[in-house]
Design a protein. Structure first.
Length: 570
């Protein structure tokens, strides 16, 4: 049978390739601008930064990464092992509930816990009343506004990255390997340390890399706690000192940190191969926990959920209801509409671009196309503050050229044409989050057999009509997932929004940050609660999809076993 799609490859190759390369160039432009700043001669400013604040930025960023690494590894790997390999009350609920803290941005936890744990918060007030303490000199209480506090907040919301990937690996590990370790006399702890953990190293490293990238991207938490890192340094150098070149060079150094993380993750898996010899959907024999062990396992899984989502959400609900007139004021609805508009536009555009890229790669999977798609997906590894800086510099040059032409040709001066506009902000979001949409769309399209393309082409459909009339309906779930993930990421994004936001155009995230900076946490309660509630939607949907996929796979495995044992299988 002649593959009719080859005719369409010949016709569409140029159009698809030019489009993909054009998108890749747009996405790569901010990153290339930041990298090019390394070669800019600003020795005086850079020497001043290097001798004053740069060592502090490097030290705090490294300590932050080290602390978050320890936190997410302990919580993520530990809870993944408990819910996968141990049976205790509530373990099936914790399987999906442990993902929920991913919905809450770290800066929201920073604001709520500061309100509770600060000197004038209810916890310290209650302690002083109970023990009769008169001032802070009478007792010691950990300072939440510190590097340790930032580590705790980030760990509580980022451990699900490690948990999710590690748990999937534990589920897919061979039953034979686990049983062999037990037959050789390994107790549960030894089996975990000597067998399960080494086999799960690639997944743990991948989850840890994602968590550390988000750690370096964080701005709201470290800024609120007064911890100077690269993200706060970029912001202060750009706006506080007006040194745009120096800020760009700081952004380039931060990109080096990110690149080092990526290379480290690849190096850790340089020649390792991990195989399994049994079905990934075969039920593993679990350790039944009773008494004190079950109690400890339950609390080990419940505490990350409570500290990472339940307690902050309850505090935000209480503040919102108790101060509804202040927090649900006339500005709340416009802020919500601004955030929803930006999130919806970005999500829609991201899905359309992802469809174009992935389908173009399906039609003509040349090396040029593959390279272009990979370049378009690299923005997620770059912090929002870096992307914002890399966008504003070329936009300023374009605006300058447009202003010059308008002044020369029409003698009509104009203001900013691209800087400080919604267009620039959406572009920054696309650079940052296109990879999220691309991954979901790519996985959905990969499930559609190429025979569908041949059948559509034989019926007279063009490549474009095949995409929208055949593939898009079949990819409904994947497209919905892509839309939700990008939508929520845009709702939570803070660094890029603060740097690029148009004048008099605040979003919920920016307004929460400004309220918190002014110690007006009551007014910030409703916007913060809205961000958390919106963020819960894709997390719950993802948890439900994982649970349903697991159940369907187990049911199919059971059906296959029944058919194999049937005396007269058909």
């Amino acid at each position: 049978m002649i593959n009719l799609s080859r005719k369409f490859i010949a016709l569409q190759w140029n159009a698809w390739t030019i489009g993909v390369i054009g998108i890749a160039v747009l996405i790569a432009t901010p990153i290339l601008v930041v990298f090019s700043s390394i070669f800019t001669n600003q020795s005086d400013v850079w020497e001043h930064l290097a001798s004053t604040v740069l060592p502090t930025y490097v030290t705090n960023s490294l300590l932050l990464m080290l602390g978050v690494s320890a936190g997410v590894l302990v919580m993520g790997v530990g809870t993944a092992w408990l819910v996968t390999m141990c049976a205790f009350p509530g373990s099936r609920v914790f399987e999906w509930a442990l993902l929920l803290p991913l919905a809450a941005p770290a800066y929201l936890l920073a604001y709520t816990y500061t309100d509770v744990l600060d000197y004038f918060g209810p916890v310290q007030i209650a302690l002083r009343d109970v023990f009769g303490w008169q001032s802070a000199t009478d007792y010691w209480f950990p300072n939440i506004r510190s590097l340790g506090g930032a580590i705790a907040m980030l760990s509580l919301v980022l451990y699900p990255y490690v948990y999710l990937l590690t748990r999937v690996t534990f589920l897919e590990q061979s039953v034979c390997t686990q049983e062999a370790s037990r037959s050789l006399g390994c107790n549960p702890w030894q089996s975990f340390i000597k067998v399960a953990l080494p086999l799960a190293r690639p997944a743990i490293t991948a989850g840890l890399s994602l968590a550390l990238m988000e750690t370096l991207n964080d701005f709201g938490t470290v800024e609120y706690f007064g911890v100077p890192t690269f993200t706060t340094g970029i912001f202060r150098t750009w706006f506080g000192s007006g040194e745009r070149t120096a800020a760009t060079q700081l952004a380039a150094v931060l990109m080096m940190f990110i690149l080092s993380l990526i290379l480290l993750e690849r190096w850790s898996r340089r020649q390792a191969r991990y195989y399994q010899t049994s079905s990934p959907f075969q039920r593993l024999s679990t350790y039944s926990l009773q008494g004190g062990r079950a109690f400890l396992a339950w609390w080990s899984c419940f505490l990350p959920i409570a500290l990472g989502l339940l307690i902050p959400s309850a505090l935000l609900v209480q503040m919102t209801l108790a101060n509804a007139a202040e927090t649900l004021d006339q500005e709340f609805l416009p802020l919500a509409l601004n955030s929803l508009l930006l999130a919806a536009l970005t999500a829609g555009i991201a899905v359309l671009i992802s469809l174009f890229l992935v389908y173009g790669l399906r039609l003509c999977g040349t090396q040029v196309m593959q390279f272009g798609v990979r370049v378009a997906a690299m923005g997620y590894a770059i912090p929002g503050s870096v992307i914002a800086v890399g966008i504003l510099i070329p936009l300023a040059q374009v605006d300058g050229a447009i202003t010059f032409l308008m002044q020369t040709w029409f003698d009509q001066p104009i203001g900013f044409f691209l800087q400080g506009t919604i267009t620039a902000l959406i572009f920054a979001y696309l650079v940052r989050f296109l990879a999220v949409s691309l991954s979901a769309v790519e996985s959905g399209l990969a499930k559609i057999h190429p025979s569908f393309d041949d059948a559509a082409h034989s019926l007279g459909h063009t490549a474009r009509s095949t995409l929208f009339k055949v593939h898009a309906p079949l990819m409904g779930g994947s497209l919905l997932t892509a839309v939700m993930l990008v939508f929520v990421d845009v709702m939570k994004e803070l660094p890029a929004t603060i740097v690029i936001q148009p004048p008099n155009f605040d979003t919920l995230a920016v307004r929460v940050y400004r309220y918190a900076a002014d110690e007006r946490l009551v007014e910030a309660a409703a916007p913060a609660l809205t961000i958390v509630l919106v963020g819960l939607i894709p997390v719950i949907f993802l948890s439900w999809q994982i649970a349903q996929s697991r159940l369907r796979s187990i049911d199919q495995k059971g059906l296959d076993l029944c058919l194999d044992k049937s005396p007269n299988p058909k």
